[in-house]
Design a protein around this ligand. Structure first.
Ligand code: ARG
Length: 477
């Protein structure tokens, strides 16, 4: 062999150092070490069982892989950029420990199906971990919602006060969106069901390798059906990136509310000191940096999705080295969303709710204008006429600078004869909330029902996650 590479036979010159620096991926794809070793163990066992290599050789490979695994675990592995990627680093290390027998591991395998397998194993793991992070945040939202069934604030449309809602209802709204996010990761996980190993470089192998066997050992339902697609496709990574982008968009909306609500202008919440930062110049400042950074990081996670979409667009089948560009955006989104979910859960769990400020904002009688119109509807008045009459009342109050509540029965009747009481008698915040007693509405019972449903859902999903994670744990064979 004329170079340090396993393909040395074809080459007479070493790689140019610039090219080496340019093309190496070991500084990021080392993240896949565990998954690569797991795939190689399955490969080594299968080669022995199928008789392609002797049992002794198979055992030697497994022993060598064990040594390498330990080195990686203990941070003793000498990663070498000249060896390009994680696959070759591990293979060459195996050769260092075992000698030439190490060269048997790659029988019937290419780095193309190998990296596809590593990614599948990695994605299976992170789709579960991300779901767990989402569930933890939902858990905090639900806990805080339970504390605040009786806390009322204005609900907003166009960021204008619209109608009163319970804070529990508001936080459960975010829990709903996050629930759908978790289910998207669940769906994506279920789709990672076929094993790439054995697709070879692109067209399989002339050797009788046991694809079913490695697929079963690695927890897949079976081998992939088309060797070309196996090494060419990266849509499982795209799906993870797109699910992550959607979730981050949801997190950024929640984050934006925390920023807004912690302003003096709103004053609805105060973030805990542990989740805020000060200003180096202005002593009075307490800044909501945590939600701000979450809001900002949604941009980079969206960017990661766009990066991979753009890399894949127009690539001819099958494997192209461009595909190596799948990893950095993927790994970045995995850690970014993990951290964002964690800090958002912490910020929400520790923030102080200014119940009085919320109540004050919600006591604006204009929030109940729709209720007045619906009162008329109950008297048989067409909704459009009722809307018109109440619109005139609201216009009158704002022009004359009078409080809606001060209007007497006679004044109310001057706008519509069907009003049977003074405004004050017709307007009641609690009655308003309670009378929105439809599925998904603001009455206490409806909110409590929704809350209980979400709590049950979280418990069920945690159980399912435990089971999936246990099933994916490699058995000691
Ligand atoms: N490191 C490569 C990647 O991440 C996998 C190796 C395949 N390389 C190759 N030249 N066929 O995509």
């Amino acid at each position: 062999m004329s170079t340090n590479k396993p393909w040395g036979g074809r080459f007479s010159e070493a790689t140019d150092p610039t090219v080496e620096r340019f093309s190496t991926s070991i500084h990021f794809d080392r993240v896949l070490a565990r998954h690569d070793l797991r795939g190689s163990r399955a490969q080594a066992r299968m080669l022995g069982k199928s008789g392609l290599i002797s049992n002794e050789d198979s055992e030697a490979l497994l022993r060598g892989l064990g040594i390498v695994a330990k080195e990686i675990e203990e941070d003793q592995f000498p990663f070498d950029p000249a060896l390009e990627d994680i696959h070759m680093n591990i293979e060459m290390r195996l050769r260092h420990h075992l000698g030439p027998v190490a060269g048997k591991l790659h029988t019937g395998r290419s780095r193309n199906d190998q990296v596809a397998l590593d990614l599948a194993l990695f994605l299976r793991e992170v789709t579960l971990a991300t779901q767990r992070g989402i569930l933890a945040l939902r858990g905090v939202l639900v806990e805080r919602a339970r504390e605040h069934i009786g806390t009322v604030l204005p609900g907003y449309t166009h960021l204008q006060r619209a109608q009163p809602v319970r804070l529990a209802h508001h936080w459960l709204a975010h829990a709903e969106a996050l629930g759908r996010d978790a289910s998207r990761f669940r769906d994506a996980h279920a789709r990672i069901e076929r094993c790439p190993l054995g697709a070879g470089a692109l067209a399989g192998s002339t050797l009788p390798i046991g694809r079913e066997e490695t697929a079963a050992e690695l927890g897949f339902v079976g081998p992939t059906r088309n060797s070309l697609d196996t090494v060419a496709s990266r849509d499982a990574a795209l799906e993870y990136l797109s699910n992550t982008a959607i979730t981050m968009v949801h997190l950024s909306r929640l984050a934006e509310e925390l920023v807004l609500w912690s302003t003096t202008e709103f004053g609805f919440i105060e973030l805990a000191d542990a989740y805020s930062t000060g200003s180096s110049l202005m002593p009075q400042k307490k800044n909501p940096d945590v939600p701000e950074i979450v809001r900002g990081k949604s941009g980079r996670v969206i960017g990661n999705l766009v990066t991979l979409l753009t890399v894949l667009k127009g690539l001819p089948l099958t494997y192209n080295r461009d595909l190596q560009e799948d990893k950095e955006p993927l790994f970045d989104s995995v850690t970014t969303i993990r951290d964002c979910l964690e800090v958002m859960a912490g910020a929400l769990a520790t923030l102080d709710v200014r119940v009085g400020k919320m109540a004050e904002a919600a006591s604006d009688p204009m929030l109940l204008a729709t209720d007045l119109a619906e009162f008329l509807v109950r008297q048989g008045i067409p909704f459009r006429d009722a809307h018109e009459a109440v619109g005139q009342i609201v216009g009158h109050c704002s022009r004359e600078q009078v409080d809606l509540r001060s209007l007497t029965k006679a004044e109310m009747q001057s706008f519509h004869e069907a009003f049977s009481a003074s405004a004050d008698d017709l307007l009641d915040l609690e009655v308003s909330l309670e009378s929105r007693d439809l599925a998904g509405g603001t009455s206490k019972d409806r909110v409590l029902t929704a809350l209980a449903e979400v709590e049950t859902e979280i418990a069920t999903e945690l159980g399912a996650l435990d089971a999936l994670e246990a099933a994916d744990r490699e058995e000691d064979l």
